[in-house]
Each structure stands twice: as structure tokens, then as C-alpha cells.
Ligand binder design. Structure first.
Ligand code: ADP
Ligand code: MG
Length: 603
């Protein structure tokens, strides 16, 4: 055993600093949050060499007096709370009094600051322990500028990482995007190596600021919503069924204007999209939640990016419902005219272009949808200048008996033109002059899925007893998983029992699955469980989605009567425009697009 040492103050400071300040992104976050807390209406962020050389934040907030400055960079100094009770009422982003001291510990800091009560400002240099080692008077505006140079110079591993890896810049860009949208009443700009990257303006509306971060071409596919419930108010924009990404970078969540990564709320929003966008794709959203601060615990994480919410189940369910309603009122059929790639406009899209290549290899219809949001140059031209938004015309929102809003497909009626490749149904809408291409298989899946979900909800799944039982052998792991799921499977009409030695006997199956191999059904279910994020609980709907896939035969040539019946059934569905896995059930080709392609009209 080694002897116990008491750590030096310098080492303690550095260890503590490491917790708060991990990279340039965390410095920027802490400094900008300080500027926000200082009541600023304009904040500028400037970085050079990915932040290794310089991070500079300028604000027009309240500034600091000479006395405050003397201790501001010391550990555990804050003007925001006096004791722990204050935390319950505070709306400020900071309160731990750790950021400035931590930043000074890992970089060379200079500060220029002036309050409105002072005639002149102060320009000071701070050492690694938070002492002022030089200070001069300076003529300057009210507010504060903090410059951090030579980040992590005394921490070779981190420094090296910073200088050699471009990786950190992604995190920096991400945090700046999040900050830029966090507070619509503050104008922010971000300059990187002399290039202006982002500029938001407090005098513009939320949507235009959102465009500067997400890119203009998401605009047609964002849905605004707002809702107040008890002491919570929620508003923001969520994507519709045509806009999604390969990662979660375009998900912005704010609670009392604090940018947070609260898994639960995010998951609840994502849940609203299951069966509406493809598997392993993520919705885009910018959601602002305001809650009475006594219902929040913001002090569970040194970086304050996680929070605990009292009564979070209520909020999570609420938000899932709100988002579901918002999306179901705005479902759109993908338009062939909008399938066209564009050059990326923002940092986000540069990242997402990479995501697209993943999709490239997959189902073509999925690709159409995925690419759809890169395409609006064209769409803006057609929908805004010439005629009313086509997609709007194709939906009529009515209330279904369940009281939910539900869309009606083909309100103008249609003519069945025929079947293509034994896979697609072609329909003509002669009033709006549109050709619809419907994916027979996807439609079947949607219809079966909703039938199944309906009978599941009403507890009326009919199952069929297998006379002799059906024995299947599994690995130990699979076996245990299935046994754990037994109750849930029973609610889906699938009855299984242990049969010794990792074998399972299937006693009954739901009628809708009776034509399938019982073994395959269980394999599919296990497969679906594999993809379930550990944060989601067992999801019977996910299993139904997998199960209904196997209940469909493709390659049929349908009679017009069969088509008519299919369309009727599809029209009765809650979500007729996507299959249960989120791929489109139909796309459309407008006459206008054809005329353009054939140069019959000038675009
Ligand atoms: P905290 O934000 O948790 O209070 P910090 O270490 O980030 O702790 O900041 C310490 C204090 O310095 C703040 O409480 C605030 O009084 C002051 N301060 C920091 N940044 C600014 C700023 N940009 N404008 C005015 N005061 C600031
Ligand atoms: Mg702070």
C-alpha cells in the first residue's frame, strides 16, 4: 500500500476543473451561459484553431464591478445563490460557482468588463489560481469580454487531442447551435477562424432563427405546436413524417431555456414517431418546456445538462400525445418533384450527408423520404410562387370516432390505372392531376398492423390453439428472454410454455399469424427485441409491427375491386401514409413535374 498524500491546492483545482471543462465546447457553454445570466441581449462567440488558440466571448450584459472581479475567478464564488434553498427559485443557468475558476485553471484568461455604474472598464489578466495578476482601466462598452488562450497547455494529453483531432469541433458546433436556439430573445453570432458561421437575431421570429441553424430546407416539414397544462407550458417545432435524420444532432430540447439532454423527454418525443418514420431514424425537433423551478432538480450533474423533473411521467406522456397530435394533423405524401439532392447549407447538413450514404443501400422508398428534406429549392419555387401547396390539398382533416384527428386520403376520388411490377398500384387523381404510386406490400402491412393494434387495445385478439403444440429449441439467452416476455406475449395472443432444455412449446397463436411458421414468429420477436434500445421498455407495438410483416404476401396482381377494398381499409387507418416501419405507403408524381421534365413548361 502506498502512503496517503494530501493533494496540493493546484492539483485539486485541476481535478475539479477537469470535471466541468472537458473541451472547448464546455468552455463556450459555461461562458455563454454566464452571459445569458448577465442579462445580455447580444452575445458573440469567436474561436481560432478549434479553440486551442483562442476562445472569446463578448456580451452586453451587466458586467462586473472591480470588487466582484477580485473573487469571480476564485473557486465556489457565485452571485446567483446564497444557499441551497435558493436553487428552488432560481432561473439562472449557473449557480455552482465553478466555471470561471475551472476555465482559469486550464487556460490563460483575460477579461474586459464594465458595469453601467462605472465610468471606465477594467482589463485584467488572471492566473491559473484565479488571482488577478495585472489590471488596467480601459474605455469600453457595458458588458463583458472573456478571452481564453492556450487551452490545456499544461495538460499534454488533452492539448494534443485538441490540436490533432477535428473531433472536438463537432462538439463545439453542436453546443453553439444549441445555445443559439436556447434563448430566442438574445442575438448570437459565431465566428470561427474569421468566418461567420451562425448569426441569429432576437428581432426575427423563432422559425427564421431556426432556419439559420437547421438550414432553410427543413422549413416545409416542421410543425409548430403549443400547449399549456397545469404549471407546464410547452411549445416548439417538430418534424413531420418526411423529415428525419440518421442521428440525434437535430434534436433540441430546452427546459426553462437550459439546453438539456434528458433522455426521457427525448424518447417520449421519438415514441410519437414510431411507425411514422423508418426504424433507426430520428425526428428533428426544437422543443421549449417551461416548468415551475420548484418542480425541477437541476443540480444532478456538474455540467448541468441533465435534470430531474418532478412528476416526469405526466410530462413524458403529455409530450408524446402533443407531438402525436401535431404530426397526425400534418402528414404528407412524398412528392417525386422533391426528390433531388442539394449541397449542404449548414454544419448540420454536412454531417447528415454522411448519414445519407447509409440509407443509399436501403429500400428505395426510404431513400426518397430521407433525401426529401434536402430538396426544397425546388419545392419553394413550386409551392410558394405558383400555386397553393399541393400536399395541403390532399388532406382533409376530420375527427375520427375515437376523437383523434385523422386524415382522409384521395378526397377527390381516384381511378385505378393498373398494377406495376406486381408490386405497385397506380392511381390517378384527375382533379388535382396527380399520379399516385402505392406500395401494395406497405399498405397491407399498415392495415394489418392497425387491425392488430386495435384488437390488442380492446383485448380482443383471437388466438388459435395449436392442437399438438409446437416445440422449438433456443439458446439459453433467447430462451430466458422469451420466458421473461411470456405475459406480454400472451396479451398478443401468443401462448408459450417451458419445455425443458431451453426448449419452448408454442400452445397458441393469434389468428392473423396462423399461416406463419410458429418458429419464425418467435425468431422475429427476438430479433425485434435486439433492436430495442435498453431505455425503452418492452414495446408490444414494436412486436406487432414485426409480426404483421410476416402476414403479407406480395407479388399479387390485384383486381380493381380488391384495390378499392384496400384503399377503403387504408383510409380507415390512423396513419395511412406510412407502413408500420415508417416507410411511405405511397408517393406522388404531379402532372406539373412531368410537364417540367418534358420541357412542356418553363420552370
Ligand atoms: P456561476 O455562473 O455558477 O455563478 P461562474 O464561475 O460561472 O459561476 O461565475 C462566477 C460569477 O461571475 C457569476 O456568479 C457572476 O456573478 C460573474 N460573472 C461571470 N460571467 C459574467 C458575465 N459574463 N457578466 C457578468 N458577470 C459574470
Ligand atoms: Mg456560470
Amino acid at each position: 500500500m502506498k502512503k496517503i498524500n494530501i493533494l496540493s491546492e493546484e492539483t485539486i483545482i485541476k481535478i475539479a476543473a477537469g470535471e466541468v471543462i472537458e473541451n472547448p465546447a464546455s468552455i463556450i457553454k459555461e461562458l455563454v451561459e454566464n452571459s445569458i445570466d448577465a442579462g445580455s441581449t447580444k452575445i458573440s462567440i469567436e474561436i481560432a484553431k478549434n479553440g486551442a488558440e483562442l476562445i472569446k466571448i463578448t456580451d452586453n450584459g451587466v458586467g462586473m464591478s472591480k470588487d466582484d472581479l477580485l473573487i469571480a475567478f476564485k473557486r465556489h464564488t457565485t452571485s446567483k445563490i446564497i444557499d441551497i434553498e435558493d436553487l428552488e427559485h432560481t432561473f439562472s443557468l449557473g449557480f455552482r460557482g465553478e466555471a470561471l475558476s475551472s476555465i482559469a485553471a486550464v487556460s490563460e484568461v483575460e477579461i474586459i468588463t464594465k458595469t453601467e455604474n462605472d465610468e471606465v472598464g477594467i482589463h485584467a489578466t488572471i492566473d491559473h489560481k484565479g488571482n488577478i495578476i495585472r489590471s488596467d482601466e480601459i474605455a469600453t462598452n457595458n458588458g463583458t469580454t472573456i478571452l481564453c488562450r492556450n487551452l490545456f497547455l499544461s495538460m499534454p494529453v488533452r492539448r494534443n487531442y485538441l490540436e490533432n483531432k477535428n473531433f472536438e469541433i463537432t462538439k463545439t458546433n453542436d453546443i453553439i447551435n444549441r445555445l443559439a436556439l436556447s434563448n430566442p430573445h438574445i442575438s448570437m453570432d459565431y465566428v470561427k477562424d474569421s468566418d461567420l458561421i451562425i448569426k441569429t437575431n432576437k428581432d426575427r421570429d423563432l422559425l427564421s432563427n431556426l432556419y439559420t441553424v437547421l438550414g432553410n430546407n427543413v422549413g416545409n416539414n416542421l410543425i409548430y405546436f403549443e400547449e399549456k397544462a397545469e404549471d407546464i407550458s410547452i411549445h416548439g417545432y417538430v418534424s413531420n413524417n418526411l423529415l428525419f435524420r440518421g442521428n440525434r444532432n437535430s434534436q433540441f430540447l430546452y427546459v426553462n431555456n437550459r439546453t438539456i439532454f434528458n433522455q426521457e423527454i427525448g424518447k417520449s418525443i421519438e415514441k410519437a414517431y414510431s411507425s411514422i418514420i423508418p426504424l433507426n431514424r430520428f425526428p428533428v425537433f426544437v422543443v421549449y418546456i417551461n416548468i415551475d423551478p420548484t418542480k425541477l432538480d437541476v443540480n444532478i450533474h456538474p455540467k448541468k445538462s441533465l435534470i430531474k423533473i418532478l412528476n416526469s411521467d405526466f410530462l413524458n406522456n403529455k409530450i408524446e400525445d402533443i407531438v402525436k397530435n401535431a404530426i397526425s394533423e400534418s402528414l404528407k405524401v412524398p412528392n417525386i418533384a422533391e426528390i433531388k439532392t442539394n449541397k449542404p447549407e449548414t454544419i448540420f447538413q454536412q454531417q447528415n450527408i454522411e448519414d445519407i450514404s447509409i440509407v443509399e443501400a436501403e429500400n428505395i422508398s426510404e431513400k426518397l423520404v430521407e433525401i426529401r428534406d434536402y430538396s426544397s429549392d425546388y419545392e419553394v419555387a413550386t409551392t410558394q410562387n405558383t400555386e397553393p401547396n399541393n400536399t395541403e390539398k390532399y388532406r382533409e382533416v376530420n375527427k375520427s370516432p375515437k376523437g383523434e384527428t385523422k386524415i382522409t386520403i384521395f378526397p377527390n376520388g381516384y381511378r385505378y390505372i393498373g398494377n406495376l411490377f406486381l408490386q405497385y398500384i397506380l392511381l390517378e387523381d384527375n382533379i388535382d392531376k396527380v399520379l399516385y404510386v402505392l406500395d401494395q406490400h406497405a399498405i397491407h402491412e399498415r392495415i394489418n398492423y392497425e387491425k392488430l393494434a386495435d384488437s390488442y387495445r380492446s383485448g380482443s385478439i383471437t388466438s388459435q390453439h395449436l392442437m399438438s403444440g409446437y416445440v422449438v429449441e433456443f439458446t439459453k439467452n433467447e430462451f430466458e428472454k422469451l420466458i421473461r416476455m411470456r405475459e406480454k406475449l400472451l396479451s398478443l395472443g401468443i401462448e408459450i410454455e417451458e419445455f425443458g432444455d431451453n426448449s419452448i412449446v408454442i400452445r397458441s397463436l393469434p389468428v392473423f399469424l396462423s399461416s406463419e411458421s410458429p418458429e419464425q414468429i418467435l425468431i422475429d420477436i427476438l430479433e425485434s427485441e435486439k433492436n430495442i434500445d435498453s431505455l425503452y421498455e418492452f414495446d408490444p407495438y414494436k412486436i406487432m409491427r414485426i409480426a404483421c410483416k410476416s402476414s403479407i404476401k406480395s407479388g399479387q396482381n390485384l383486381s380493381s375491386l380488391e384495390v378499392q377494398r384496400l384503399i377503403e381499409e387504408l383510409n380507415n387507418c390512423e396513419m395511412p401514409l406510412t407502413c408500420p416501419h415508417g416507410r411511405p405507403t405511397m408517393i406522388k408524381v404531379s402532372n406539373k413535374w412531368l410537364e417540367k421534365e418534358f420541357f412542356r413548361i418553363q420552370s
